[in-house]
Design a protein around this ligand. Structure first.
Ligand SMILES: [Zn+2]
Length: 463
């Protein structure tokens, strides 16, 4: 794996860090040309709200091998040095609800999508719309054959339309386990007994199951039974309707606004308590819900607001425009605004109550461009009242501890998925965009390289 890294790193070493003085550590430095050293950097470890000033962080084989004050940390002779003076080093971000490409997507477009994540400092993606081709993709990234974020793979979606019996549910979950998926994706419409069969089989196999909450199952049952994550705050609005006052037909994925006159907001405390009792986790995907699912603004506004759509294929953007405009046409904008505001109050209550929040945006769904959407989502969380530290934690430490336990913190032994920034992200989450470079899978990609590749991607979609 090392040889693949050397070309980029050599290039990089010319530009940075060569004038760095020798370390003052007492030990005689060993010789190790594989090591990469971030020298004299402000470390944002995400294990504490503290910043460790003037530290050296050593990376070897894609892992953090040493970390300590500059004076006390010996850099091996031959290591590649990256000057961190005045800069900040934080863990890479996680997209906890992404849709990875299927086999029908051209290889070039897939590579572009993966790069958009890296370009935005997203170094792990939990794929929530599985396809067998993604198993090989995960491996190619792991071995360094392809540049991309570490992938955690959800199975193909299990919906009520496709999965109608307990036997079928069991067989499918077993096949997803055998195929090598990391978790089972559950979706709208599953009947309670079918959902229970999914859950039972998944538990037997030690596989988490996560995603939507079927209206037929309901939030409380999903939490009680141990659904790993509740994505999109699905069914939280529905669960605000007191018992006995539900609609005759459940409102489905896009119909929660029909419940606005029936909900009792004082039940939010109950929802928070139930989620805590179940040790539940939520992946809010707020921006997509406000701009796409319960569209509150027409597509012209979104096109204007989001220059990053230049990095998406034209046909995709056309579909997004149609989806939003159709939604605006059929929905009552005032009801949509009320629903958006209610979702924000629910998220705030969940966060204030101590529920585990995992950063996720549902990219690339309607107007949420991979990677770029993470920054919009983080901004929204701060508007809801989360501190920059808590917002960053939702995409680093909390996500890492929740998914595999070996990334998301700057600590010995953790994956060296890292962002080098010009400004302190704890002052403002917008500073996460002020990149010097991104380290992923042992490779450091400079901002210059990122911008160059982004230009190429945009050019490839122009007609
Ligand atoms: Zn999704």
């Amino acid at each position: 794996m090392r040889n693949r890294l050397s070309a980029g790193l050599l290039l990089f070493a010319v530009g940075y860090g060569c004038s760095e003085p020798e370390p003052t550590g007492s030990a005689t430095p060993e010789i190790d040309t594989d090591v990469i050293a971030f020298v004299n950097v402000n470390v944002v470890p995400m294990t504490t709200e503290q910043v460790f000033e003037s530290y050296t962080v050593l990376i070897d084989e894609g892992r953090i091998r040493d970390i300590g004050p500059v004076a006390a940390t010996t850099i091996p002779t031959g290591a590649t040095r990256i000057d961190g003076t005045g800069r900040y080093l934080m863990p890479g971000l996680t997209e906890t609800h992404g849709h990875l490409p299927s086999a029908s997507v051209p290889a070039m477009v897939t590579e572009n999508f993966l790069f958009l994540y890296i370009a935005n400092g997203v170094t792990t993606v939990r794929g929530m719309q599985g396809n067998d081709s993604q198993i090989a993709l995960r491996e190619k990234i792991r071995t360094g054959e392809l540049l991309g974020p570490q992938l955690v793979l959800g199975s193909p979606s299990m919906t009520g339309t496709d999965v109608t019996s307990t036997e079928q549910a069991e067989a499918l979950v077993r096949s997803y386990d055998e195929a090598g998926y990391d978790l089972v994706k559950v979706h709208e419409g599953l009947a309670p007994e079918v959902y229970d069969a999914v859950a039972g089989t998944a538990f037997q196999l030690g596989m988490p199951f996560a995603g939507h909450v079927s209206d037929h199952v309901g939030l409380f049952r999903a939490l009680d039974i141990g659904q790993s994550t509740i994505d999109h705050l699905d069914n939280y609005v529905e669960a605000l309707v007191p018992e006995g006052q539900e609609l005759e037909e459940p409102p489905g994925l896009r119909g929660a606004h029909e419940l606005l006159e029936r909900i009792d907001e004082s039940r939010i405390d109950l929802l928070v308590q139930k989620t805590l009792d179940a040790d539940g986790s939520v992946v809010p995907t707020m921006v997509l819900w406000e701009s796409g699912i319960y569209a509150t603004r027409p597509s012209e506004v979104l096109l204007e607001e989001r220059p990053e759509i230049a990095y998406m294929p034209k046909e995709t953007v056309e579909r997004w425009v149609e989806a939003v405009d159709a939604r605006i046409e059929e929905a009552d904008p005032e009801a949509m605004m009320r629903l958006a505001a209610l979702r924000r109050r629910i998220l705030k209550a969940l966060h204030d109550g101590g529920v585990r929040i995992l950063l996720g945006t549902d990219s690339p769904q309607i107007f949420s461009v991979p990677g770029f959407s993470i920054h919009r989502e983080m901004k929204l969380y701060t508007e809801v009242g989360m501190s920059p530290y808590d917002v960053l934690a939702s995409g680093t430490k909390v996500a890492g501890d929740f998914l595999t336990g070996d990334f998301g913190r700057i600590e010995l032994g953790q994956r060296a998925d890292l962002l080098l920034l010009e400004a302190n992200p704890l002052d403002n989450v917008a500073n996460v965009s002020k990149r010097v470079g991104v380290m992923v899978n042992g490779e450091f990609i400079t901002e210059e390289e990122i911008q160059k590749r982004l230009k190429e991607i945009a050019a490839s979609y122009e007609r």
